[in-house]
Structures are given as structure tokens and as C-alpha cells.
Write a protein that binds this ligand. Structure first.
Ligand code: AAO
Length: 508
């Protein structure tokens, strides 16, 4: 009986921690600011075939239009209503994308902005992506509808009405985050509107949500919201599947609010992961790759089953949000590929890969600059070049061979233990995943030349970093594993990508 209660509890409490990825897929890609039509095509032509498990999409709901005169990316974090027309496309296009991605085994996770509406200085008029009339000054959003009664200002105790001190949990939850009108999620009416919005998306076929600004909502309030969500659409998911929830809580330590208040509700973004991994690969603060032998919980991160991990996200890649200068991004491609490779090879957490657009680092628009756009402000499509990279300012890190192939690696080794660790007490390390995969890094200033126990069956394998297996041939390095599981590795520190990875499906 006791065991039964325990199992029932575990089953219940972990229900929203499961990303419900299909066919043993394991990684999410954030296609930041992509149009729905492009995501649908990308699922069919690339993500499905390459084994990606899901896409995090930008907020699909009605949002403010900021004319600067250019449109910043962050306008989508200022909701005007829960209608489904956004910079990425119409409701019909959203529905078509969800259907087409699900049909090729790729889940959709929605970035849900439910803590607030637009900024208090957002003005009055119909400058929203759906053309909905609103008044920020009067806190009037008739397309929901929300009125001034549905906001928290009466609860907030700071003089400015803003969050002034992250050391005070009441401020963080009851006051405005950067001027954004803070919804009173304690009200059943507000909860109901949020639940209806999320349930509509679930019924359309999404697999879950990234919950924006979760730190700024009381756990008791979001718990009620999550509890009222529908099960996933049985056209694509097993019956009784709860939506996957991953909550954006920035906790690098030292603040009033801890990630621990949210882990029973769903997964939580582990912001320490990218900050520390950046230090390790940059070799800052005397960090060395060899110290990552106990990477994960051993580094003070949250429990494996609660974590959503990433090297960079749409905020900290451009200096917004938290993380600091150690965060690695596509601007440092060599170290970035290694860090993403490390994350995808390592069993800890549910992994999310970032896919960005370039911004002009020299210009005044800087880190606010929106996605590649036409002169009328509409977002440009993502053109695919003949070499499979993307054009027009879309970076498409997920299409970089090294990263794509490591997504495949993560699928092949799924469920296998972290094994056969080796290091040189510096920045050369190697580890395996049972007998299914093995990876070797050289982040030192000298060559690596060593014979290691890989734990893999004997045979010749194709390195998926310097090339890949194409039919029966290998376009990269070949690694020969002997009958004793040992293989010789040689990685020059001057190589373009100083790491090597092999797995069961790259055997020649
Ligand atoms: C825009 C304008 C504002 C304007 C506002 C309203 O930029 O000037 O006032 O409109 O008109 C995004 C953009 C914002 C944008 C907003 C709305 O990033 O610039 O404002 O859309 O359009 C906090 C939150 C976290 C949030 C992060 C950016 O806790 O939830 O700020 N991220 C999400 C989204 C993000 C979005 C929103 C939320 C809003 O991912 O894209 O904003 O929907 C500390 C706290 C963190 C806090 C940071 C803020 O971090 O811990 O919780 O994040 O401060 O800077 C060390 C510490 C670390 C600390 C950090 C500070 O690293 O260890 O804890 O320093 O840098």
C-alpha cells in the first residue's frame, strides 16, 4: 500500500516533467522568431529527418507592435490578448505548423507569456499584431477582456510600482517587471483566461509550454493553472499525457526566490548550467574541463529530473536576463560547438539548442534588434542555401553539422549511463554513454594523443564532428575500436573543431 501511494505520488508529481518526445527523440530547438510557415517546412525537411524532438516557438499570441521605427524582438513579450495572430503568422498558419510538425514526429512547445500584459507606457490604440484596440494607461484590454481590476498594482508595495529589489519575494511577484502590467493571477477570472488560452493550444496539438517569467508568479497560482490544463491531444500523444511544463526561473543563487519553489510543478530552466559551462570552455576562473567529471548535480545544479538545460538562450546570448559574460553563443563558434556538443553528449537534463538571428553589434539598435525583416516590418522567411546553411541573417546553429549530428548522438545514447571517463587533469576529457557512444574533447593548447577505453563494440566508426557517415562511407575521421574496446584518438589543438564523437549508428 505504501509503495502504491509512493508510486502514485511520483507519477503525479513528475507528470509535467515529461517532454513527451516521440520515437526516442531527446532534444528541443528554439527557433527564435521564426515564422510558422518556415517552422512547418523545417520540421518536414530537416528537424524530422535529423531526429529533433521538439521546437520551442516564440509567443503565438497577440502582442504589442513597437515602432522604433524598427520593431524589437521583445515586443512579443508584451501581450495584448490571447488571439493567435503574431509576428510569426496567423492562427491558421499556427495550426498548420503544429499539425505538420507533429506528423513528422516533432513536438511544439509554446512560450507562454502569462505573468503580464504590455508595458505601462504602451499607449492606446490598435497597434497590436491582431489589430486589437487596447489602452495600457487605463489597463484596458477588451479583446481578452481584462480591466484595471485584473492587475496587481494594489498589491505592490514599492513606490515606483516596479520590482526594485530581487531580495524581496513580494516585490518580485506583485510588482511590475520592467514596467510590464502585472496580472493578478490570484483571481479566478484571470486564471480562467490563461487556462483557456493554454488549453486552446493543447487542443491544437502542442506538447507543452515554456512558462515565461515564472519567478514573477506565485507557485500556488500557477499550480492551479497547470492543474486545469487538458491532457495532450490523443491524435499524436498517448492518453492521459499531461503537457510538459518548463518554467523560466533565473536562480544563480543569492536571491529571495529559489528554483526549489517550482520543481514540483514542472521542470525549471537551470541557468547555472550555461554560465558554468561558459567558464569551463573559456577557461575562466581557473576552471578546467577535467573538473566536469561530476557535471550536473555534482556542480550544485538542480536534480536531473527537474532541469531544462541550454548553453545560451534568447536573452543571455545578447546580454539580457542573467548569465553574464561567460555565456557562449554563435559569436564564439569554436567554443560554442564544443559546449553544445558537451551538453548533448551528457545525460543531465532535457536539452534545448538555440537557433538565432544575427544582430548588428555596432549599431544603435544593438541587442534590441528584431529578426530579419522587410521594410514594412514583417519578418523575412528563412532561406536555405545550397550548402544547407541559412541565409538573410538567420544563424541556424541547429543546422551546423557538429550540432545537428550531436542531436543524433543524444538520441542514439538515450538512457545509457555516463561511463568510461578519462581526463588529463587539464582540458582534455573523454566520456562514453554505455556501449552506444563516446566523445573526446581537446580544449588544451597542446595536442591530444591517447588510447582510451571507449566501452564500444569493436569496429570502425565515423567521427560525426569532422564529417559524418554517408551511406557506407565516412566524410570525416575514422576511429578504430579494437576487440578490447580501446581506440586511439589524436586531436590537434589547432583543429577547427577539437573534438571527436562516435556512436552506434556511425559504425561503418
Ligand atoms: C522592454 C524594454 C524595457 C521596457 C519594457 C516595457 O526593454 O526597457 O521597460 O519593454 O515597455 C523581454 C526583454 C525586455 C523587454 C520585455 C518586454 O528582455 O527587455 O522589456 O521583453 O518587451 C528578469 C526576469 C526574467 C526575464 C528577464 C529578461 O526574471 O523572467 O528579466 N526573462 C523573460 C524573457 C524575456 C522577456 C521577459 C521575461 C518579459 O525571457 O525575453 O523580456 O516577458 C536578475 C534576476 C532575474 C532578472 C534579471 C533582469 O538577474 O535574477 O530574474 O530577469 O535580473 O536583468 C546576475 C545575477 C542574476 C541577475 C543578473 C542581472 O547575473 O546573478 O540573478 O545579474 O543581470
Amino acid at each position: 500500500m505504501r509503495l502504491f501511494i509512493l508510486l502514485a505520488f511520483v507519477g503525479f508529481s513528475f507528470a509535467q516533467h515529461n517532454p513527451h518526445m516521440k520515437n526516442g527523440r531527446t532534444a528541443i530547438v528554439h527557433l527564435f522568431e521564426w515564422r510558422w510557415a518556415d517552422i512547418a517546412a523545417e520540421c518536414e525537411r530537416f528537424l524530422g529527418p535529423k531526429g529533433f524532438g521538439g521546437v520551442q516557438i516564440s509567443p503565438p499570441n497577440d502582442h504589442i507592435i513597437v515602432n522604433n521605427p524598427w520593431r524589437p524582438w521583445w515586443q512579443r513579450y508584451q501581450p495584448i490578448s490571447y488571439k493567435l495572430c503574431s509576428r510569426s503568422g496567423s492562427e491558421a498558419e499556427l495550426r498548420d505548423m503544429i499539425t505538420r510538425c507533429n506528423n513528422v514526429g516533432v513536438n511544439i512547445y509554446v512560450d507562454a507569456v502569462i505573468n503580464h500584459m504590455c508595458g505601462s507606457g504602451g499607449g492606446e490604440g490598435t497597434h497590436s499584431s491582431c489589430g486589437s484596440w487596447f489602452s495600457a494607461g487605463r489597463k484596458d484590454f477588451p479583446s481578452v477582456p481584462y480591466s484595471s481590476l485584473d492587475f496587481n498594482d494594489n498589491k505592490c508595495k514599492t513606490g515606483s510600482g516596479e520590482i526594485e529589489n530581487y531580495g524581496d519575494k513580494y516585490q518580485v511577484r506583485d510588482c511590475r517587471l520592467v514596467g510590464l502590467l502585472d496580472l493578478a493571477l490570484e483571481k479566478d477570472y484571470v486564471r480562467g483566461k490563461v487556462v483557456d488560452y493554454m488549453n486552446k493550444l493543447i487542443d491544437m496539438g502542442v506538447a507543452g509550454f515554456r512558462v515565461d517569467a515564472s519567478k514573477h508568479m506565485w507557485p500556488g497560482d500557477v499550480s492551479v493553472v497547470y492543474g486545469r490544463l487538458h491532457n495532450l491531444n490523443t491524435k499524436w500523444f498517448a492518453g492521459d499525457s499531461k503537457p510538459f511544463i518548463y518554467q523560466e526561473v533565473i536562480d544563480l543563487g543569492g536571491e529571495a526566490i529559489s528554483y526549489k519553489e517550482y520543481v514540483h510543478l514542472g521542470r525549471v530552466t537551470e541557468f547555472k548550467y550555461g554560465a558554468k559551462l561558459g567558464n569551463v570552455f573559456r577557461r575562466w576562473n581557473n576552471e578546467k574541463l577535467c573538473y566536469t567529471t561530476n557535471w550536473g548535480e555534482g556542480w550544485g545544479f538542480m536534480a536531473d529530473g527537474n532541469a531544462l538545460v541550454f548553453v545560451d538562450n534568447h536573452d543571455n546570448q545578447r546580454g539580457h536576463g542573467a548569465g553574464g559574460s561567460s555565456i557562449l553563443t554563435f559569436w564564439d563558434p569554436r567554443l560554442y560547438k564544443m559546449a553544445v556538443g558537451y551538453m548533448l553528449a551528457h545525460p543531465y537534463g532535457v536539452a534545448r539548442v538555440m537557433s538565432s538571428f544575427r544582430w548588428d553589434r555596432g549599431s544603435s539598435t544593438g541587442t534590441d534588434q528584431g529578426p530579419p525583416s522587410n521594410s514594412d516590418g514583417s519578418t523575412k522567411p528563412v532561406p536555405i542555401n545550397s550548402d544547407q546553411t541559412c541565409g538573410d541573417g538567420w544563424v541556424c546553429e541547429h543546422r551546423w553539422r557538429q550540432i545537428t549530428n550531436m542531436v543524433g548522438f543524444r538520441n542514439v545514447v538515450n538512457g545509457q549511463p555516463h561511463s568510461n571517463w578519462w581526463d588529463n587533469q587539464s582540458n582534455q576529457v573523454a566520456f562514453g554513454r554505455g556501449n552506444r557512444g563516446f566523445i573526446v574533447f581537446n580544449n588544451d593548447d597542446w595536442n591530444l594523443d591517447v588510447t582510451l577505453n571507449t566501452g564500444m563494440p569493436s569496429g570502425t566508426y565515423c567521427d560525426i564532428i569532422s564529417g559524418q557517415k554517408e551511406g557506407s562511407r565516412c566524410t570525416g575521421k575514422q576511429i578504430t575500436v579494437g576487440g578490447d574496446g580501446r581506440a586511439h584518438f589524436s586531436i590537434s589543438n589547432s583543429e577547427e573543431d577539437p573534438f571527436v564523437a562516435i556512436h552506434a549508428d556511425s559504425k561503418l
